[in-house]
Write a protein that binds this ligand. Structure first.
Ligand code: NDP
Ligand code: 8X3
Length: 255
């Protein structure tokens, strides 16, 4: 059992980076609160973790865009799950890559409501308990898109710039409480991200990672776990990880 945490809550644990974080924390002996909309995925993951590591899991079907459900469910966790030591704010998505002047407002709403407001709702629900206990850790999954902007990505990049600003503001607001705040900001990671972004067009999604070696979800989970396993006096503010084949959001070496 790692002493830095006992209970870890991960949003968007049903796929990709969130699921990899669940596996990484389970290997370290954590008990997990796993959230996402696709309960059958969460159940399959929980069964896998129980079989492999004896991990106890509490599963929550939660849409992070639903502010009321987030406040009620995360603010009212059963007593045995209420002391969350690490919150991994991972749930997020990109939707579409149209030019802004040709974009769809519903896609903007979805990205802003998920990536920005969902992260705020989870953080607002769980940080008061961390403050009261004088310990805890919020790890946000940002992106290189929080540091750069690329064509067709204005709104997605805006949401990840917002995550960067929220991370830095939260770090200031929590100063003196003992609660740590980190952001892990990946470049290209092969997950369902591009399939979601291109609305199920798997061929287009495959082309994003063609002839280059992307990061894996486990690479990101390693970084998250590293942040969470530093001694209590160490706050890792930010980790930016890119594939060796990626030098910027748009500069990618393809063989
Ligand atoms: P995936 O599409 O593989 O996973 C996204 C996860 O987010 C799923 O578990 C999904 O669960 C959850 N999610 C999406 N919308 C909601 C919602 N409204 N409510 C609750 N959960 C939601 O993508 P990734 O693993 O790649 O993405 C994880 C994070 O990493 C995101 O924040 C993304 O922006 C970020 N990121 C990804 C990069 C990449 O290249 N892949 C690079 C940089 C950052 P469900 O559908 O079951 O609700
Ligand atoms: C997701 C990675 O480069 O498509 O954050 O913005 S990117």
């Amino acid at each position: 059992m790692n002493r830095a945490f006992r209970t870890v809550l991960i949003t968007g644990a049903s796929a990709g980076i969130g699921a990899a974080c669940a596996r990484a924390f389970a290997r370290e002996g954590a008990r997990l609160v796993l959230t996402g909309r696709r309960m059958e995925r969460l159940q399959a993951l929980a069964e896998e973790l129980r079989a492999e590591h004896g991990t106890e899991c509490h599963l929550l079907a939660l849409d992070v865009r639903d502010g009321r459900a987030m406040a009620e469910t995360l603010g009212g966790l059963p007593a045995e799950w209420a002391e969350v030591d690490v919150l991994v704010n991972n749930a997020g998505l990109g939707r579409g890559m149209e030019k802004l002047q040709e974009g769809t407002p519903a896609d903007w709403d979805e990205m802003i409501d998920t990536n920005v407001k969902g992260l705020l709702y989870a953080t607002r629900a769980l940080t008061p308990g961390m403050v009261a206990r004088g310990r805890g850790h919020v790890v946000n999954i940002g992106s290189v898109a929080g540091h750069e902007v690329y064509p067709g990505g204005a709104v997605y990049c805006a949401t990840k710039h917002a995550v960067d600003a929220i991370t830095r503001g939260l770090r200031m607001d929590l100063l003196g409480t003992g609660v740590r705040v980190s952001t892990v900001d990946p470049g290209m990671v092969e997950t369902e991200f591009s399939v979601v972004r291109f609305r199920g067009d798997e061929e287009r999604a495959r082309r994003v990672y063609a002839n280059m070696t992307p990061l894996t979800p486990d690479d990101i989970a390693d970084a998250v776990l590293w942040c969470a396993t530093r001694p209590p006096h160490v706050n890792v503010d930010e980790i930016i990880l890119k594939p060796t084949d990626q030098a910027s959001a748009t500069l990618v070496h393809r063989r």
